[in-house]
Design a protein around this ligand. Structure first.
Ligand SMILES: *Cc1c(COP(=O)(O)O)cnc(C)c1O
Length: 370
């Protein structure tokens, strides 16, 4: 089976984790701080905090910015539901925006009118652009809209460690950036995530919120606010830190592979993702023509040993959001299409050109049989 994604753990990763396990200090500690420093260097940001997941990171970001009941947050309709769940769980209301057909990112052209036409009583406080599948969102435009409307910018960079936007790293361009180290992403710690934040006071607040609300007061730990336990463990951090040393070479390999896919797929009836400079290619998702049933294509491919999946979800159409807000499909034509026809192809840095040839051959056959 050619898997959708493969977790690549080598001997040095195992050794790094084993060393921590043998020392016996397993919760947040030196390895976490050291991983934070390495991420800081890598991202060129001011403060990086490691956390238990990107969902935790998004939740912490919103809470730290004081967003909750009575507020609204702009979110793209096409994403993994965690982005919007985090908003909903603070008590705030999501303002969903359709996405672009080939970058799959929030369509910035639609945002100004959506703000103007917002009729609910909640006040729009923030925007969460998602760098979908590692494709850099149009951050200049987003920061411009944010500035004009007095909004915070929280980047969902779950898929976008290593993504560049005009020589800046994704996740360091807005007020706060959130990363994921889930095994479905390019660099993994099992579960895990990180927050990049430029403002030191905000960073300190997030630090306290991450750890039960504890802060040093006059040299003694005290509980300054009600917090969560959203910490990463020391052995996860050791794994992440060791993976980071190899990460740049992985990104190069991933970019090569997407170019190979692109070339071999060009004659098939599907739409390719935009080849945007700085893309980190966490996922390679194509869009099938409407004449194919995507789910039966997935099944056919699986029968021939090729694992594929849908790419991401149209949030407005999911049970909870649809029932609560009665969203209308017609406002989200692109997200609806990407959710229905998007196909994520096998993609990981250890794939070979032969693997890709096989995937493309099987895909072509599936199209002919329909
Ligand atoms: C994976 C993902 C998340 C969730 O990350 P976790 O670390 O699993 O919590 C959030 N947003 C997007 C866009 C993702 O792809």
């Amino acid at each position: 089976m050619i898997k959708l994604t493969t977790v690549i753990i080598d001997d040095s990763d195992c050794k790094a984790v084993e060393n921590v396990l043998r020392k016996g200090f397993l919760v947040h500690g030196d390895e976490c701080i050291s991983f934070e420093n390495e991420l800081n260097n890598y991202l060129g940001s001011k403060n990086v905090l490691v956390v238990s997941s990107c969902t935790a990171a998004l939740h912490l970001a919103l809470i730290a910015l004081g967003i909750g009941k009575g507020d609204a947050v702009i979110v793209p309709d096409f994403t993994f539901p965690a982005t919007v769940n985090a908003v909903e769980l603070t008590g705030a209301t999501p303002l969903l925006i359709d996405v672009d057909e080939t970058t799959y990112n929030i369509n910035t052209k639609l945002i100004p009118d959506a703000i103007k036409n917002w009729k609910r009583k909640e006040k729009i406080k923030a925007i969460i652009p998602v760098h979908e599948f590692g494709c850099p969102a149009d951050m200049d435009k987003i920061n411009d809209i944010a500035e004009k409307n007095n909004l915070f910018v929280i980047e969902d960079a779950a898929c976008a460690l290593g993504t560049k936007y005009k020589n800046k790293m994704a996740g360091t361009i807005g007020n706060i950036g959130c990363f994921s180290f889930h095994p479905r992403k390019a660099l993994t710690t099992g579960e895990g995530g990180a927050i990049a934040v430029n403002d030191i006071e905000l960073a300190n607040k997030i630090k306290a919120l991450r750890n039960h609300g504890i802060e040093q007061v006059k040299g003694k730990p005290d509980f300054i606010l009600p917090g969560f336990n959203y910490r990463l463990t020391n052995f996860q951090a050791a794994l992440g830190k060791n993976q980071l040393t190899k990460f740049d070479s992985w990104l190069k390999k991933r970019n090569k592979l997407q170019m190979i896919y692109r070339e071999k797929l060009q004659n098939l009836p599907l739409q390719l993702p935009a080849n945007i400079h700085g893309h980190s290619w966490q996922t390679f998702m194509v869009v099938l023509s409407e004449k194919f049933n995507r789910n039966s294509i997935i099944k056919q491919l699986k029968d021939s040993g090729v694992e594929t999946n849908l790419g991401a979800y149209a949030i407005h159409s999911l049970k909870f959001y649809n029932e609560k807000y009665s969203f209308c499909n017609k406002y989200f034509p692109i997200a609806t299409k990407l959710y229905k026809q998007g196909l994520a192809l096998p993609f990981s840095q250890n794939m070979t050109e032969e693997d890709i040839n096989y995937v493309v051959k099987i895909l072509g056959k599936a199209f002919l049989e329909k």
